[in-house]
Design a protein around this ligand. Structure first.
Ligand code: NAD
Ligand code: IPM
Ligand code: MN
Length: 352
């Protein structure tokens, strides 16, 4: 079992360190870890945020554990050299089109939610975000108009095959959970979204056991705060999924708690190849101070064990250790406590 670890920038490296400690503590037979550079650190060392060696390392592995990328010093670089291109490049070059972002309540954390405790207590949803299309990967640029103004554009598009495959991911995930799927779009305004909706309805014919609803994204943001219990699986595009998952994180209590799996079609001898990362970024505002919550990264390891290695037991054991730590009052600054990143890692390890 070969896992490529790409810690990246800022707190990415800090939380990845704790996730690796957990991975090592599980004593998995035949585990090899290799480490590669991504993001601003890779740009500084190799002149590119996603060096060829890093991409090759990912391809030669069974799974990737990713920290986070991004650094304010790179905000004015040409876009293709910016740290964020590392994660976008890995997602697209490895064909990782299905991004699973679970948002579930943890016992004892209801008071840290941005929602009232009685609402926070009901959260159990999975955001299934398309990851290879949308405005993220469309033609883009800045041009001069006839009036001498500058005009920026980013083309939003989805093809039927792109929507179809992520719709299947959404329905299959719903089947394994509460059998409810809410497809989120902006079909009242966007052609891309109308096509999205039409294709989702078509695919739904193969999943008569799953209840399908549709919601406009603006209403979905409002409903998530009003009554999160109505959501089981939320199926949506790249941009809407990005935004709604950060929103969902504060319904749970902290962005330092939400993990993700990015999956495609490639199978290894152990399971589905995937990239696993917390949904948060490099957090330059707290980087280097031991203030980051590593739980999202640790929970990403659990998702890796489940999806890429078929180790449901070890995945459950890891998730239980995090849940127990939270129930016991283990808190970093994001949750109103004062434990450091490493101390939170210790607390999870003790309970593993
Ligand atoms: P961010 O997620 O890095 O931080 C947002 C806020 O949440 C900050 O106040 C931060 O301190 C806090 N936070 C985030 N993770 C935390 C954790 N584990 N524990 C405690 N607090 C945490 O988002 P941002 O500030 O908008 O972006 C910073 C950089 O990260 C940018 O360069 C952005 O492009 C990049 N980014 C990368 C990824 C990724 O690598 N997948 C994801 C999101 C943002
Ligand atoms: C995320 C991040 C990325 C995204 C950025 C860093 C490209 O915000 O993983 O949620 O927008 O997908
Ligand atoms: Mn994001």
């Amino acid at each position: 079992m070969k896992i490529a670890v790409f810690p990246g920038d800022g707190i990415g490296a800090e939380v990845a360190r704790e996730a690796v400690r957990v991975l090592e503590a599980l004593n998995l037979p035949g585990l090899t870890l290799v480490e590669g550079d991504v993001g601003a650190i890779a740009y500084q060392r190799h002149g590119h945020p996603l060096p060829a060696e890093t991409l090759d390392m990912a391809k030669a592995s069974d799974a990737v554990l990713f920290g986070a990328v991004g650094d304010p010093s790179c905000d004015n670089l040409e876009r293709h050299l910016r740290p964020e291109q590392a994660v976008l490049g890995l997602r697209s070059k490895l064909g990782l089109f299905a991004n699973l972002r679970p948002a579930t309540v943890f016992q004892g954390l209801e008071d840290m939610s941005g929602l009232r405790p009685e609402l926070a207590r009901t959260i159990d949803m999975l955001i299934v975000r398309e990851l290879n299309g949308d405005v993220y990967f469309g033609d883009k640029g800045v041009r001069e108009t006839a009036d001498g103004e500058r005009e920026g554009w980013d083309m939003m598009s989805y093809s039927t095959s792109e929507v179809r495959r992520i719709a299947h991911s959404g329905f299959q995930a719903a089947r394994k959970r509460g059998s409810k799927l809410c497809s989120v779009d902006k079909a009242n305004v966007l052609e891309t979204s109308q096509l999205w909706r039409d294709v989702v309805v078509e695919v739904a014919a193969e999943y008569s056991d799953v209840e399908l609803t549709h919601m406009y994204v603006d209403n979905a943001a409002m409903q998530m705060v009003k009554d999160p219990s109505q959501f089981d699986v939320v199926l949506t595009g790249n941009l809407f999924g990005d935004i709604l998952s950060d929103l969902a994180s504060m319904c749970v209590g902290s962005i330092g708690l939400l993990a993700s799996a990015s999956l495609g079609e490639r199978q290894t001898k152990f399971g589905t190849f995937g990239l696993y990362e917390p949904i948060h970024g490099s957090a330059p505002d707290i980087a280097g101070q031991g203030l980051a919550n590593p739980m999202a990264a640790i929970l990403s390891v659990a998702m890796m064990l489940r999806h890429s290695f078929g180790m449901e037991d070890q995945a459950g054991r890891t998730e239980a250790a995090v849940a127990k730590a939270l129930a016991d009052g283990v808190r970093g600054r994001d949750l109103g406590g004062d434990l450091s990143t490493a101390a939170i890692g210790d607390a999870v390890l003790e309970r593993l």
